[in-house]
Design a protein around this ligand. Structure first.
Ligand SMILES: NC(=O)c1ccc[n+]([C@@H]2O[C@H](COP(=O)([O-])OP(=O)(O)OC[C@H]3O[C@@H](n4cnc5c(N)ncnc54)[C@H](O)[C@@H]3O)[C@@H](O)[C@H]2O)c1
Length: 252
């Protein structure tokens, strides 16, 4: 379905981004996987082969984004699909928030996607089916405890997507809101495997689909929204959470 497509995925070395890269490649695309974790990028190349082009890029640094776009332009001359997926998060209680917590989240989750779009617009304009997919979170719709910095940043990602629809006619822009997905992000946020299992165990009864999400669940939707089958879907927000947001017993 994506034969000869050129796809840029940020945060492609792990979790949702890695699975999405694999699915695009298996369907014929070439993926430029941008990530700041060089070790994980090397592992992704071994796993996915030579249609995964790894590029070290910190999405919070504009000159690294500019150089990523320059590399794509020199090699391919265009971009078909941009997936703004790179992310990170950590728990912050309001009274202990440091200025650094704000930048930790907003530089990667908000500033990064905005600057990626800025630098890739000229290349997307050269595609016959250009599309931007921004990864937000159900955190944009629900107030998880001690999550306000991450959540408000993810709300901004959702809103940013709708502005793109208005500002960039001819380029589709959609967003997804994943719920609880088992990826290394929780480990990186400082939780032990036991703590992660405890969190998943406590949310499980509230997920009508009866399980926590997988990176594959999310990648399936990213591919659909980026495909020609979704060529009239523009400005959509798809919640992918097994029904969690509409699930039973919020306890209120
Ligand atoms: N896992 C979940 O439950 C969940 C739920 C909702 C939304 N999300 C979102 O999905 C996206 C993917 O997360 P994941 O769960 O696969 O996590 P992950 O940790 O497995 O992958 C995130 C990737 O982003 C990369 N990254 C982080 N900061 C970066 C930067 N400055 N520049 C470039 N790359 C950077 C990391 O190195 C990592 O490879 C994130 O935006 C996350 O917020 C995840």
């Amino acid at each position: 379905m994506f034969k000869d497509y050129i796809v840029v995925i940020t945060g492609a070395a792990s979790g949702i981004g890695l699975e999405t890269a694999g699915q695009f490649i298996r369907q014929g695309a070439t993926v430029v996987g941008a990530d700041m974790d060089e070790k994980a990028l090397g592992e992704a190349v071994n796993l996915l082969g030579d249609r995964f082009i790894s590029q070290r890029c910190d999405v919070s640094v504009e000159k690294e984004i500019a150089s990523l776009a320059e590399g794509v332009e020199n090699r391919f001359g265009r971009l078909d699909i941009l997936v703004n997926n790179a992310g990170r998060g950590r728990f912050v209680v309001p009274e202990a928030m440091e200025e650094e917590d704000f930048y930790y989240h907003y530089e990667v989750l908000v500033k990064g996607p905005m600057l990626l779009v800025k630098h890739f617009i000229p290349l997307l304009r050269k595609s016959s089916n250009p599309s931007i997919l921004n990864v937000s979170s159900t955190a944009a719709r629900h107030e998880y405890s001690n999550h306000f910095v991450y959540s408000t940043a993810k709300s901004a990602v959702e809103k940013f997507t709708y502005h793109l629809v208005r500002d960039l006619p001819g380029i589709r822009a959609n967003t997804i809101l994943p719920g609880w997905v088992d990826t290394p992000i929780y480990d990186k946020a400082g939780l032990s495997r036991e703590e992660i299992e405890a969190v998943f165990g406590s949310v499980l009864p509230k997920i009508p689909c009866g399980r926590v999400g997988t990176p594959e669940d999310i990648a399936n939707c990213i591919l659909f929204l980026s495909s020609e089958k979704a060529s009239y879907i523009n400005g959509a927000c798809v919640v992918i959470d097994g029904g969690y947001l509409r699930g039973p017993d919020w306890g209120i």
